[in-house]
Design a protein around this ligand. Sequence first.
Ligand code: ADP
Ligand code: 5GP
Length: 183
Amino acid sequence: MITGPSGVGKGTLIRGLLQRCPGVQLSVSATTRAPREGEVNGRDYHFLTEEQFATRVERGEFVEHAEYAGNRYGTLRSELERPAEGIVLEIDLQGARQVRETLPGATQVFIAPPSVEDLEARLRGRASDSPDQIARRLDAAPTELAAKEEFSKIVVNDDLDTALGELVELAARICGPDSRDLS
Ligand code: ADP
Ligand code: 5GP
């Protein structure tokens, strides 16, 4: 599982990992957040209404779920049944703490920014969230950063290729010697 503050580069790194390691699949999360431009339902997220999300919680369909920056996010059990050699979960700190209890064997990676200034610049530079959403995400960052030592592996996403190399290394058992070297 991969955790880290919003804007640190989790999505970018995961896209790189999926390209390099064809045996790895992404667990597509469910969320009540509205789709961003270009996001596709079922590929980027399962976009649900508040009501649909609540019904699925009641039915026990989530491995973990949390509220983040005013929206709900969760991992559906069905996503972990994907026929893959490895499954990567992108989840927030609250979700990571739940998964640590329910799936103690999961590799726990925290992606850290080189500095808080870089994080803010990336979040603003991505230009995908409203000013209110950016503020809420920056508000959450100190708590998330303070928890990084809970994770078995911390990857600092300064140079993207270096950070991706560290992630691929962690997934080496799954990527194997056949991992696609795209450099
Ligand atoms: P997250 O999924 O953690 O919210 P994203 O993957 O969307 O973050 O990345 C946020 C922004 O930072 C994007 O515009 C992305 O292109 C940029 N970014 C990601 N990694 C780096 C890096 N190593 N150096 C500079 N910019 C980066
Ligand atoms: P975003 O809205 O930028 O796509 O995601 C916001 C936050 O929600 C990120 O920190 C991301 O890791 C987290 N997130 C995405 N999917 C899940 C999930 O399934 N469960 C939990 N707990 N958090 C998630």
